[in-house]
Design a protein around this ligand. Structure first.
Ligand SMILES: Nc1ncnc2c1ncn2[C@@H]1O[C@H](COP(=O)(O)OP(=O)(O)O)[C@@H](O)[C@H]1O
Ligand SMILES: [Mg+2]
Length: 396
């Protein structure tokens, strides 16, 4: 397993990130808006996320806060996002057992301004939020031990379990049609037909592979609209680096990065966790012979996920999870290919073939998942039986 990634250590051994000047970044005014007027002893930029810009501010007296500038190009309605996050974190907090140690390390806790809002707009019109920094935990970019995969599965499983009774009608769809795979398929077909930048011929094999599988696009949305799958609160960015793992106990303690929390299907979260975390290669590996679904990693994720959701998700919903792996991988292959055909308007590319390479990699992974579909499903079935009656309620 690779262990050469730049992981972000959140304080286990020294301070994470690199020092920045809090005054130049306007932190005193931002913190004051959230009711914190103590002098700032130090500030650091955490270089882990791809979307937002995240800082640690240490106040005189030692309190550590996270200050995060929300990427408003990606998230156009930050207030709506914070309204979802406020409800979801309150619900999760309500599920902590009364004797849970360190509750503020287990659920993100956001600061409010005097008017109750959780966003402060700075002088240049950028939205910021402020929340407690979780010390002594790490957001791994890549697992350094198999147990980290299992813990990640447990964390996202517990997220599903604790939100199983959340009133979904109070949650906004902050990115419309995020997993409307049939709509994404239509956009793909339009891009093929338009052939805006003359790349269709170069992508003909990948276009065919996506077309061949068109029936996959509607499998989850149809089951959601027909009631065969329940609507769930979905995290929608279930990467391993969105889980904080305690440096001393090595338990997953907190799910972070709640910007894309929306109504959806549990299959999306499981599917994306596997697509990203259980592939043997990077999302843009050019040598497809290196890409397959690592069943060892898959089993670790699945084991943790089942451990936490067994009895809260129905057995049939659990057994359906591998379909999420196929649909999410298919959806992403299609999005990369669409963007390639459109002339790279959405994803950042390092070279003109980048989106095609990404699409090819996802299609190779999808093919391998298809060949392992029965094994993926059997593993879940066996584990449901194994876990029957012995659900471990003690660890959160
Ligand atoms: N409350 C927190 N406590 C400790 N570290 C955090 C906290 N929130 C974020 N981080 C660190 O900052 C990184 C980026 O934050 P995240 O919310 O995931 O933003 P992005 O959307 O950019 O991925 C995380 O991977 C983690 O290392
Ligand atoms: Mg993140």
């Amino acid at each position: 397993m690779p262990n050469d990634f730049a992981n972000v250590d959140n304080g286990g051994a020294g301070l994470p990130g690199s020092p920045v000047d809090p005054v130049r970044l306007g932190f005193p005014a931002l913190l004051a808006a959230f009711g914190r007027t103590e002098p700032i002893a130090a500030a650091r930029e955490l270089r882990a996320g791809n979307i937002n810009t995240t800082y640690l501010a240490i106040l005189d007296g030692g309190e550590k806060l996270t200050l995060q500038k929300i990427n408003r190009h990606v998230f156009k309605q930050p207030e709506m996002i914070m309204s979802n996050i406020r409800r979801v974190t309150a619900h999760l907090r309500g599920k902590l057992p009364p004797d849970a140690p360190d509750p503020s390390r287990r659920v993100l806790s956001f600061m409010e301004k005097a008017d109750g809002s959780m966003i402060e707009w700075d002088a240049s019109g950028e939205p910021w939020r402020c929340y407690r920094f979780v010390e002594g935990a790490t957001a791994y970019n890549a697992a350094v031990k198999p147990e980290h995969l299992c813990e990640t599965g447990r964390a996202f499983g517990a997220f599903q379990r604790d939100l199983a009774d959340f009133p979904i009608e109070t949650l906004s769809e902050t990115i419309t049609g995020f997993h409307d795979t049939p709509k994404r398929y239509s956009a793909f077909i339009q891009a093929v037909e338009a052939d805006r930048v003359g790349r269709r011929a170069a992508a003909s094999r990948q276009i065919e592979a996506v077309r061949d599988r068109s029936s996959l696009a509607s499998r989850i949305v149809d089951q959601l609209s027909g009631g065969a799958l329940p609507l769930r609160v979905t995290h929608n960015d279930t990467k391993i680096n969105n889980v904080l793992i305690d440096d001393s106990t090595e338990e997953a303690i907190c799910v972070i990065d709640l910007d894309t929390v929306m109504p959806g299907s549990s299959l999306y979260d499981f599917g994306d966790m596997i697509r990203f975390g259980a592939s043997s290669a990077a999302e843009d590996e050019p040598d497809v012979s290196k890409i397959d679904l690592d069943m060892g990693k898959y089993e670790q994720f699945a084991k943790g996920f089942i451990d936490k959701t067994r009895g809260f998700l129905s057995d049939s919903e659990l057994i359906a999870q591998p379909l999420g792996c196929l649909v999410i991988t298919y959806e992403l292959a299609m999005r990369f290919l669409t963007d390639y055909l459109d002339g790279d308007r959405y994803f950042r590319v390092w070279d003109p073939e980048h989106n095609l390479i990404r699409a090819r990699a996802q299609l190779r992974l999808l093919e391998d998942m298809e060949s392992k579909y029965d094994a993926m499903t059997s593993y879940i079935k066996e584990n449901i039986v194994l876990n029957d009656g012995s659900r471990d309620q003690s660890r959160r």
